[in-house]
Design a protein around this ligand. Structure first.
Ligand code: FAD
Ligand code: N01
Length: 537
């Protein structure tokens, strides 16, 4: 069968997305003998690292950890140049892998998936793309990413501005020259924290519109230390295995001590070494109650805020930059390079939106309740409709006409963050209800891809061709997720983890907070118990 472009249209597996998840999924499906195709809206591989080309874009998990582990040769062929590689280097890595494994021949670029409908009689998915083509597959894998659907601007008048408009999440490929320009940046999340120092280096005037200040620790980028590299080099396979069985997908001991159990002096010594280490893994590795006890968390909040005060010359600006309305790590913390110091430059201003919210964007700039600002360029560093946006962005219809949008109207319903009742043979990689964004995503992606592939191989062997979670398993998993999250301070923040950044989005804690290790154990047990919680037919 072919579609209207004379391209094949019948597959065992259709995969959407050619980021790290879709690329590895394609490789595994091919190797397992399934016919598979990837559909990707961009014109090349890389996903996140294809789209987010803003100045300063880098990973914030050491690249030695944030890299594929499934190709032992690749581990030797590719040497990262810095602790935290830049977006161009990570994109080159994705392209290198695509070349090496000849992945592009099974990827259809410039192809957006608009809709997918389950045909129950045939037991197949019918997938419709933006050019009207239809593809037909037994299994359908959404490798569409957790942070791939940019948040639609929710600022009044955003279409009126006649100057240059940029989104960090879809940055122009040819780059942007801000020399001599007056620039406004909206947002102070990770993308803003990375890009603001570099935009400030170029532009004539910079105004940052901040709604919520963020915790950040210094990245201390540069060459990776011999000592840190030795942790990995000693035995790369053992190191990777340790990462797979760690809490966040980076080898790290689970801390044993409470922050409240030790003297202030000892605590501050520990916090100083966390500050010096410049790794997010260090934040969670200090004490065991940072995420569960408000007083413990407060000790770290005070430490970080004192560091911010010491970096920023103007005391009023320093106070505005000190987070005071959420717990450390209840919103994703950042790694920074000269972020706070940038506010010491005479041409950089911080505007606190809590005191003076944006009223509207105008033809020439931004009006708050109290002032008007004129700009040549506005940068939206306003984030994503995270974890569910790209999934419900496709018009997915499962059994009995049930749409994913309706099924998830009150928040995502999944078993293991992998499948959803009513949607047979549809898999999500790093979906809501799995550790995903709370982990080194590379480790979580690989785990899901391996689980999906091994599941399809097992179904084939046993003569089954349908899999769907049971209502009971799904409702218990959702309950377990929520109960686990409620044991922590995480749901208290207005974070994208909670869906709080997108107006009207249901507010539930989206990722699984139990850790990569516990999650893997749960998945392994499900498989060992003959796919407990799934109906196979
Ligand atoms: P993505 O890379 O998002 O790829 C999804 C692909 O699907 C995209 O190419 C998209 O175009 C395509 N797609 C989506 N919908 C459709 C559709 N309907 N039709 C066709 N194609 C579609 N994680 C970490 O662990 N460590 C980090 O340091 C880190 N840094 C990050 C920095 C930035 C700036 C951002 C935004 C995220 C970062 N992340 C990080 C998270 C990052 O998204 C993941 O690590 C990882 O790259 C996700 O890979 P993926 O393949 O699952 O999804
Ligand atoms: O997005 P964000 P991001 N008016 O949602 C503000 C990963 N990542 O692209 O907090 C005014 O974090 C919003 O304010 P508030 C990482 O997982 C990693 O920066 O909602 N302000 C916030 O300040 C990260 O967490 C890296 O009050 C508005 C900002 O915009 C995730 O991607 C780099 C607003 C959005 O911050 C998302 O990061 C980049 C409005 N109407 C991304 N709407 C690394 O370092 C939103 N904001 C590896």
């Amino acid at each position: 069968m072919t579609n209207n472009n004379n391209e094949p249209s019948e597959f065992d597996v259709v995969i959407v997305g050619a980021g790290f998840a879709g690329m590895y999924q394609l490789k595994r499906m091919r190797d397992a003998g399934f016919s598979a195709i990837v559909l990707e809206v961009a014109d090349d591989v890389g996903g996140t690292w294809y789209w987010n080309r803003y100045p300063g874009a880098r990973c914030d998990i050491l690249t030695v950890d944030y890299s594929y582990s499934w190709d032992p040769e690749l581990e030797k062929e590719w040497v990262w140049s810095e602790r935290y590689a830049t977006q161009p280097e990570i994109l080159r890595y994705a392209q290198f892998v695509a070349d090496k494994h000849d992945l592009r021949r099974d990827i259809r670029f410039n192809t957006r998936v608009n809709a997918a409908r389950w045909n129950d009689e045939q037991g197949r998915w019918v997938i419709t793309t933006n050019d009207g083509s239809q593809l037909n597959a037994r299994y359908y894998v959404m490798a569409t990413g957790c942070l791939s659907m940019p948040k639609v601007p929710d600022v009044a008048g955003s279409e009126r501005f006649t100057g240059e408009v940029y989104f960090t999440s879809t940055w122009p490929h040819k780059g942007v020259d801000f020399s001599g320009k007056r620039v406004g940046v909206i947002g102070t999340g990770s993308s803003a924290v990375q890009s603001i120092p570099l935009i400030a280096e170029q532009c004539e005037q910079l105004t940052v519109f901040q709604r919520t200040p963020n915790f950040a620790i210094p990245a201390r980028n540069g060459a990776i230390s011999e000592e840190r590299l030795a942790e990995y080099k000693k035995d790369p396979e053992a190191y990777r295995e340790e990462a797979r069985w760690s809490e966040i997908g980076v080898p790290r001991e689970r801390p044993q001590l409470s922050a409240l159990q030790v003297s202030e002096e000892e605590r501050n010594e520990h916090y100083e070494s966390m500050w010096e280490e410049g790794e997010l893994r260090a934040v969670g590795a200090v004490y065991n109650d940072i995420l569960t006890n408000a007083d413990a968390n407060d000790t770290m909040r005070r430490f970080i805020n004192d560091k911010i005060r010491a970096k920023v010359d103007d005391p009023a600006t320093a106070e505005l930059l000190c987070p005071d309305n959420h717990y450390v790590a209840s919103k994703r913390p950042c790694l920074d390079t000269n972020y706070f110091e940038t506010y010491n430059l005479p041409h950089v201003k911080l505007l606190d939106l809590r005191d003076d919210p944006i009223a509207t964007i105008t033809e020439t700039g931004i009006d708050t309740g109290k002032a008007s600002f004129e700009f040549d360029a506005i940068v939206f560093a306003t984030g994503f409709d995270a974890m569910t946006g790209a999934l419900v962005g496709v018009d997915i219809t499962g059994r009995d006409g049930l749409t994913l949008r309706d099924a998830w109207d009150h928040g995502p319903q999944t078993y293991l963050g992998l499948m959803s009742v009513g949607f047979p043979n549809l898999f999500m990689i790093t979906g809501p209800g799995s550790p995903s964004v709370l982990s080194n995503m590379m480790v979580s992606i690989e785990q899901h891809v391996d689980l999906i592939t091994d599941t399809l191989v097992s179904l084939r062997k046993k003569g089954f061709d349908r899999i769907e979670p049971t209502e009971l398993a799904q409702s218990r998993w959702v309950q377990h997720n929520n109960e686990f999250a409620d044991l922590t301070l995480m749901p208290s923040a207005n974070s994208w983890y909670m869906g709080a950044n997108v107006p009207g989005k249901p507010q539930v804690f989206l990722p699984y907070i139990g850790g990569v290790d516990r999650y893997r154990m749960a998945c392994d047990e499900v498989v060992a118990r003959n796919y407990l919680g799934f109906a196979l037919s």
